[in-house]
Design a protein around this ligand. Structure first.
Ligand code: ADP
Ligand code: ASP
Ligand code: MG
Length: 403
């Protein structure tokens, strides 16, 4: 059996934990399996490196930032190989360049295009445990890229797909996927199984337990994922196409504070205005989420939308640059907002979910700024200061209808 095991930063934060992970991998190896291990940078290394970069330059080039950030993962894989070797188990550490994990050009937010398996297969054939850096790729200029924060999960799934692994296990610092972030919502419950579609919504809407691209890729290539604790042996959560259990109304609730609202005021109330605005943003790789357009008056209208907070400055610059062509009179923005979302395939056939969500927020006296819905999610924009209260209120409001 070929097993891919991924361990996040907190799971390799210090020497004791590195050895604990090494031993867990060695168990599978000694049972005769081929073992590929994907690691994140130790503890808060990535945050520390970002802070270090900003202490040198206010706006560092993304290429150099990636060059810096990718060192974090290289530290953990080399130390892990040494730990295994000290336990007399043959192991080799490899970075994205050595494996040849090809990505798109884009620094800071690259996507995998193609992964060579020759080197890994060769190392496995010589009965080594192969330890690969998460979070990084190589672009067509032979530069290192990163996949976006939390991207090591995506490395693990990409390798599992490319190597046709029999198992892909994501080890982290909680026991699995919960109905809400268990660090914020005390009553959150662990889910035994979640579908790819629901997990993709949860991950995209702020449940950072899995990188959203990892779920997208797992669905595309049919990689069944298990999310489980690196600190104990509990069963964890399985993510797959179909789940056995009876469908509950709601699968989970997520919060995302990495969001900001932009309003463009006084644009022409003419066909094509929205197209031009959002097309300009799309061409510059800015993803837009919730969109709200006011009713036109006096030939003009206002359009508000949310972007990731990381993209806010870029988005405003781009809109300022095209202000006249886009007929924008004024641009306003607000960083102090957060998204709260409920997710569940069960809501497709149940019209009461939105009303229930609004009622729980009303009872908690939390104001809703914007609303967006899809077949399996409802998202509201609230003030950032209200996020924990809102998450708990909405979660508790659906308690009993949660799995
Ligand atoms: P790792 O370093 O292992 O990748 P992360 O910090 O990226 O770990 O992800 C795990 C964290 O995700 C948990 O500590 C938890 O606070 C958070 N989280 C958010 N939403 C959920 C959820 N629905 N279920 C479980 N954990 C969640
Ligand atoms: N070390 C990277 C980060 O902190 C990647 C990861 O942890 O998955 O975002
Ligand atoms: Mg993570």
């Amino acid at each position: 059996m070929l097993i891919v095991k991924k361990f996040g930063g907190s799971s390799v934060a210090n020497k004791t934990r590195i050895f604990r992970v090494a031993e867990r991998c060695i168990e599978d190896y000694r049972a005769g399996h081929d073992v590929v291990v994907v690691l994140s940078a130790m503890g808060d290394t990535t945050d520390d490196l970002i802070a270090m970069a900003h202490s040198i330059h206010a706006n560092p080039k993304k290429r150099e930032l990636d060059m810096l950030l990718t060192t974090g993962e290289q530290v953990s894989v080399s130390l892990m190989a040494m730990a295994m070797q000290s336990l007399d188990v043959p192991a080799v550490s490899l970075n994205a360049f050595q494996v040849q994990m090809h990505s798109t050009e884009r620094y800071g937010n690259a996507r995998f295009k193609r992964i060579d398996t020759d080197r890994i297969t060769h190392e496995l054939d010589s009965r080594k445990i192969v330890i690969v850096t998460g979070f990084q790729g190589v672009n067509k200029y032979d530069d290192l890229t990163t996949l976006g924060r939390g991207g090591s999960d995506t490395t693990a799934v990409a390798l599992a797909a490319a190597l046709h692994a029999d198992r892909c296990e994501i080890f982290t610092d909680v026991d699995g996927v919960y109905t809400a972030d268990p660090r914020i919502v005390k009553n959150a419950m662990k889910l035994d199984e979640v579908t790819y579609d629901e997990m993709l919504e949860l991950a995209s809407l702020g449940a950072k337990v899995l990188h959203n691209r990892s779920v997208e890729m797992a669905k595309k290539y049919g990689v069944e994922l298990v999310v489980r604790s690196s600190l104990n042996r509990s069963e964890g959560t399985v993510i797959k196409e179909k789940v056995k259990m009876e469908k509950m109304l709601i699968t989970g609730v997520a919060a995302d504070t990495n969001t900001a609202r932009i309003s463009v005021i006084g644009v022409d109330d003419q066909p094509g205005t929205a197209f031009r605005i959002f097309n300009t943003l799309a061409k510059n790789n800015i993803n837009v989420d919730i969109i709200l357009q006011s009713v036109g008056r006096d030939g003009t209208k206002d359009i508000s939308f949310t972007v990731s907070e990381d993209d806010l400055d870029d988005a405003i610059h781009i809109l300022e640059d095209h202000k006249e062509a886009l007929t924008i009179k004024e641009i306003t923005s607000n960083r102090d907002v957060a998204k709260i979302s409920v997710v569940g395939a069960g809501m497709m056939s149940n019209p009461g979910v939105a009303a229930k969500m609004f009622e729980t927020l009303y009872n908690a006296r939390i104001n809703i700024n914007m609303i967006a819905t899809s077949e399996i999610r409802i998202t509201v924009l609230v003030d950032k200061k209200d996020v924990e209260k809102a998450l708990n209120a909405v979660h508790d409001g659906f308690a009993g209808q949660l799995e």
